[in-house]
Design a binder for this molecule. Sequence first.
Ligand SMILES: [Zn+2]
Length: 334
Amino acid sequence: MSNEIALETVSCPRCGSNESEPQFQARDYLYGVPGVFTASRCLVCALTFQNPRPTPETLSLAYPSSYIPHSSDMDEIAPPIDGRVGQVLSNELGYTQFPVPVRRMPKWWQRWKVTVDLIPAFRPDGAVLEIGAATGSRLRGLRALGWSDLHGIELVDSAASLARRSGFDVRTGSVESMIVSIPDSTYDVVIASFVLEHLYNPFEIVKEVTRILKPGGEFLFSTITRDSLDGRLWGKWWAGYDFPRHMVYFDNRDLRGLTSDFQWCAEARHDAIQDYARESWWRLMECRNITDRVVGRLAKTHAGSWISRILAWSRLGCRISVRARKADVQRISA
Ligand SMILES: [Zn+2]
């Protein structure tokens, strides 16, 4: 096999139409995977998705060995075990063994932090599945909060085996092939952190998530939206395209449709200054632009960090976390 990604033309993952038109082409600015990649728009349902896209046989070439989420030093993404979010965890999410808050932060900040970090409401003996469990750092964080029935699915075996070494039931395989064999109403919680946009068909997978959750179960996920401030400002250099790894580029309305079987309980935008820094750097490499110079410099300063935080709290960033709940009683179709 050559080490270049092979691309194939596909139909729209949402409506199945074969009619789509290219919006623009771009490269892999982050890892430098060779190739030119295309964002296309469905002419029937208006979904924006990668088309043509990497074939299943060459998809692994999109994830070089330096791909950060598969490395073992990802513990910084684990849920925060610090006193500042203790109060909201104990009062609203039911954790009893959480340390008493050392320093009181405003309520709204605590709620934002818990939502961003995808921390589910505590259920003693609750069963959790993480889709895209990587090396198990999030599962380790949940174990520290009192969960014990923890499972995962992970595509990359080297990452999954690190998770298994920590004692978790993390199976190696694609989400598509693994999730269909899970019985109905198995889990109390399903977590997917920045996974949906990597899937060929997130619409089918979210249906499967609905099926494997118990009534009243929680689906916690993070993804990206292209109708965010930076999605609009940086166009093809927007970090959310992440060619060739992201397959679908949601806007806010797409996300609501994707999760229409769920009730959204909370949503929060991430403070992700690295996105602004990357986007401005990537555009500067191809065209000189005074705005990108200013943003690139600002991103390295405290002022830049605060601006990025304020943008997140104003719901303007592209990275979103959602806590959604499946209806207690299954909807009866007429
Ligand atoms: Zn479509």
